[in-house]
Design a protein around this ligand. Structure first.
Ligand code: FAD
Length: 570
């Protein structure tokens, strides 16, 4: 039962998918369909409320996937959040608009992805953005920027919330970061991130609502007659053109269940684009016969393309929290961020850590190869880890992010490692698309990740007990001096870190843009290897973590991908 024929069918109307839908449908002769499992959420207050972070967690618009028990962290599972709505995860996220460090985008090119570097991505960051210049009051409260790195006429509104905490709090927080030697930076989105600043958000300042992908990329163009949206529709698999004489398989549409639960098909004349997110797009590939033959055969799926790295290379970060009681009530948006490099966190211990990690790279690679069941090559993994190591120790890009949120009776800190080495995977567990996947991020698999997180937890305690806060902070609530005394050993810290962590929800690389022999799934045009006309455009293609929060970079990647798609056909 077919719902129609389109040039392009996009699976997932999320952060990246709606960029593609918008840009491709600019050409009125190109017909585009978006199939989205969730619903419209423009009237959902859990989404639009600018200071409502967390309200949507556990509701019907949160996929709340569950990880497998985490072997290196007490065998507990983790809740992995992702948005199920038009706008995808941009409807439930923390709204931070932060890009990446120049060297880490350049590392994508060092991996062999020609044309993917900071300089070539910057115009796409700008193309997506509609930067709202801060008001005078916001500038006084610490909003700062360099206009040359921002876009002012793109679809996505960025800027600062109304109701920011004021200047005196900013001065206090800045002095707190400075107590650890961190410099102030005016602009975190220009490719240099180390320092502390007041970061912008994805927000529509005038309407005072969250700016998600739906509002930015779909709402203004919803009446285009060449663009159709199917909501509450769940895609199961790609369908293949069995009559094609091409030597490579050619997709001709997808199968899905519609809002009423009926089985439907939709046809694509040119391309199928998977934008279902890092924890879904690889599963749709597997269910369609693209992946590791051992996994596909186990579930009775015919192998269309032998592409063993589909679902591998999963990378996420871990978040920790520190909570301190305070004698002051603060209310208002914080947006205070500090980006610390390895020397900021480890000081005199940096040299020792450097030597330990360098000497461990081989063993790290071996662990990852073993965990993958031997499908990843040892030499390849060593090469990837060498690039990773250089980013941390040679380029000294930020390794830790610490947010300070002064609140009511409390000073809250959250922190995470930006560049964990650990790698996991996401795979189907059945040929039924509704069966939950096996999602294993392998948190704390490799000891650098734990060392980094312990170092950062200690830095948080130092910040909280700095002179700047001594008149305000009255005690430590979490982790608490009872469980982690002042002179606690690293073993004690490790226990607290592993007991208290959660996913940072920055899942990437499960269909990585890399050469095939490095473990890649898509090429530099984001076309899946071995297939004529299927692309993946979402966080799955990001090969290495970025220091920013992911959406800024995903919007830019999708803008660049849209250009690649247009240039193939027009
Ligand atoms: P998504 O935006 O998740 O889009 C995927 C879409 O596909 C969804 O709409 C989904 O419903 C749909 N879909 C999935 N499967 C199917 C199917 N089978 N059929 C049809 N549709 C399907 N990033 C930031 O930049 N700043 C932040 O402050 C920030 N905070 C975060 C906080 C949380 C709680 C979370 C979870 C993430 C956060 N992130 C943040 C990360 C960021 O929001 C995501 O990485 C990003 O939005 C992912 O974009 P995507 O296009 O890859 O996927």
């Amino acid at each position: 039962d077919s719902v129609g024929i389109y040039d392009v069918v996009i699976v997932g109307g999320g952060t990246a998918g709606l960029v593609i839908a918008n840009r491709l449908s600019e050409n009125s002769y190109t017909t585009v369909a978006v199939i989205e499992a969730g619903d419209l959420v423009f009237d959902n207050k859990n989404v639009s409320t600018v200071d409502g972070y967390g309200l949507s967690f556990g509701t019907e618009i949160d996929w709340q996937y569950e990880s497998t028990p985490q072997a290196y962290a007490g065998n507990k599972t983790q809740t992995l959040r992702a948005g199920k709505a038009l706008g995808g995860t941009s409807t439930i996220n923390g709204m931070a608009y932060l890009r990446a460090q120049e060297a880490q985008i350049n590392s994508w090119e060092h991996l062999g992805n020609e044309g993917w570097n900071w300089k070539s991505l910057l115009p796409y960051y700008k193309r997506s953005e509609h930067f709202q210049i801060p008001t005078e009051d916001q500038c006084i409260a610490g909003a700062s920027y360099d206009i040359s790195v921002h876009g002012t006429s793109g679809p996505l509104k960025t800027g600062w919330n109304t109701g920011l905490l004021g200047k005196s709090v900013t001065t206090l927080v800045n002095a707190t970061y400075a107590s650890l030697g961190l410099p102030y930076i005016e602009e975190p989105n220009g490719g240099v991130m180390r320092g502390f600043t007041r970061y912008p958000a994805t927000v529509d300042r005038e309407l005072n609502v969250r700016e998600d992908a739906g509002r930015a990329y779909y709402l203004p163009i919803q009446n285009r007659t060449n663009l159709d949206l199917y909501t509450n529709s769940f895609v199961q698999r790609i369908t293949w053109d069995e009559t094609s004489t091409n030597s490579t398989p050619r997709a001709n549409g997808v199968q899905f269940t519609d809002a009423s639960g009926k089985q439907k098909t939709i046809s694509a004349k040119k391309e199928v684009i998977l934008s279902a997110g890092s924890l879904r797009s690889p599963l749709i590939l597997e269910l369609s016969g693209i992946g590791n033959p051992a996994i596909l055969e186990q579930h009775g799926i015919d192998v269309k393309v032998d592409l063993p790295f589909v679902g591998e290379n999963l990378q996420d970060q871990t978040t920790g929290a520190g909570a301190y009681s305070s004698n002051t009530n603060f209310s208002g948006a914080a947006n205070y961020v500090g980006y610390f490099n390895v020397a900021d966190i480890f000081g005199n211990g940096t040299y020792d850590l450097n030597c330990t990690v360098r000497d461990s790279l081989l063993q790290y690679a071996t662990s990852v190869v073993e965990a993958s069941g031997g499908i990843i090559d040892q030499k390849v993994m060593e090469k990837l880890f060498m690039i990773h190591y250089d980013l941390i120790f040679k380029d000294q890009i930020p390794i830790s992010e610490i947010l300070i949120s002064p609140g009511e009776d409390q000073m809250a800190f959250s922190y995470w490692g930006l560049l964990p080495f650990s790698r996991g995977s996401v795979h189907i567990q059945s040929n039924d698309s509704t069966t939950p996947a096996a999602i294993n991020p392998n948190y704390f698999q490799l000891d650098y990740d734990l060392k980094q997180q312990i170092g950062t937890a200690k830095a948080v305690r130092k910040l909280a007990s700095s002179e700047a806060l001594c008149d305000i902070v009255t005690g430590e609530l979490s982790p608490g001096l009872q469980s982690v005394p002042l002179n606690a050993s690293d073993e004690v810290w490790a226990k607290a870190v592993k007991e208290g962590y959660r996913s940072n929800y920055h899942y990437i690389a499960t269909a990585a843009m890399m050469a095939q022999d490095l473990g890649g799934v898509v090429n530099t045009d984001l076309l899946v290897y071995g297939v004529d006309n299927v692309r993946v455009v979402d966080a799955s293609v990001i090969p290495f973590q970025v220091c920013g929060h992911l959406t800024a970079t995903i919007y830019a990647i999708a803008e660049k991908a849209a250009d690649a798609i247009k240039s193939r056909y027009y």
